[in-house]
Design a binder for this molecule. Structure first.
Ligand SMILES: [Zn+2]
Length: 302
């Protein structure tokens, strides 16, 4: 890495899903009823595409296969704008709630769906709700078999629903399959890990804290990894009234200000796609996949 740390581009990542797909609402919204809810993902993702375009930056869009099935033109807009198309799985099931076979089928199908729809190679995967953990020791092997080169499915914090506060904070090769895992950025503060690099934490905390987390990670010679969902820039979404208070708070806190905050964060880069931000880590994985490189991959190899 020859760039000074302050000029090291971070990865801007978006998990493309509907507001009613989130696991916090699973107790009150049955997946069999998803089709009854108003689809808002296309309009809110377009809002994010506009923000990135205005700032002249690219990002990575971890897109659900079921969203690609329902909104193929959105997937094509993501690719045509120069962003990396990646997978958030097919049906937004937590990895640890699936068998190995069901998980393999979910990630294989989503990759094929996205590649067919977008006409671009899909190499990256992000688990719904960062749900790869000790309950799914086969996950990385299954991802490698399904043709993925990297995962960004770890948010190594102390959280009631996911995360391992002892998992690595920097990118690492997972030992069983050699898969590259790129954790979401955390901020070290007095020996503790503070989550400030996306989602509800980004909406809740001051923007300065997120900027500090990004700057510190660059200081550790690692590109920062930021994440958000399209529904987080959609303050007009219908409220899910029957959900538990904690889930409703987490889902709605700071929604009204989020688009403006994102605009300021994106405008003060540098930012890029995940496959470009981490290309130095990714090359081995891409060389090792043995099935040839997709268009555009060669540019990263240099
Ligand atoms: Zn998700």
């Amino acid at each position: 890495m020859t760039l000074p740390a302050t000029h090291m581009p971070g990865a801007l990542t978006i998990d493309v899903e509907e507001h009613f797909h989130v696991h916090a609402f699973a107790g009150v919204i049955d997946r069999a009823d998803w089709h009854r809810h108003e689809s808002r993902v296309e309009a809110s993702t377009d809002r994010i595409l506009r923000i990135f375009d205005d700032a002249g930056v690219h990002g990575t869009f971890f897109t659900l296969g079921c969203v690609a099935d329902a909104h193929p033109a959105l997937v094509r807009r993501i690719v045509e704008a120069g962003h990396e198309l990646a997978s958030h799985g097919q049906a937004h099931r937590a990895v640890f709630d699936q068998s190995r076979d069901a998980f393999f089928e979910d990630v294989r199908r989503s990759r094929l769906t996205l590649e067919d729809t977008g006409g671009a190679s899909v190499r990256g995967y992000r688990a719904p709700s960062f749900s790869i953990d000790a309950r799914s020791p086969w996950a990385y092997e299954a991802l490698a078999e399904a043709g993925y080169a990297y995962s960004s499915s770890s948010h190594p914090i102390d959280h009631d629903l996911y995360g391992d506060p002892d998992a690595p904070r920097h990118p690492f090769r997972e030992p069983s399959a050699g898969m590259l895992e790129i954790p979401v950025t955390t901020l070290l503060w007095r020996g503790r890990r503070v989550p400030a690099a996306g989602g509800g934490f980004f909406r809740l905390f001051p923007l300065a804290l997120t900027r500090l987390a990004m700057a510190r990670m660059r200081g550790e010679a690692v590109p920062p990894n930021f994440y958000l969902h399209p529904w987080e820039v959609d303050p007009g979404q219908p409220r899910i009234k029957d959900a538990p208070l904690k889930s409703r708070f987490r889902h709605t806190v700071g929604l009204a200000r989020c688009e403006g905050k994102l605009r300021r964060l994106v405008g003060s880069g540098p930012w890029t796609r995940m496959d470009e931000a981490y290309h130095g880590w990714l090359d081995d994985a891409w060389r090792g996949d043995g099935d040839g490189r997709a268009d555009g991959d060669a540019a990263l190899a240099g």
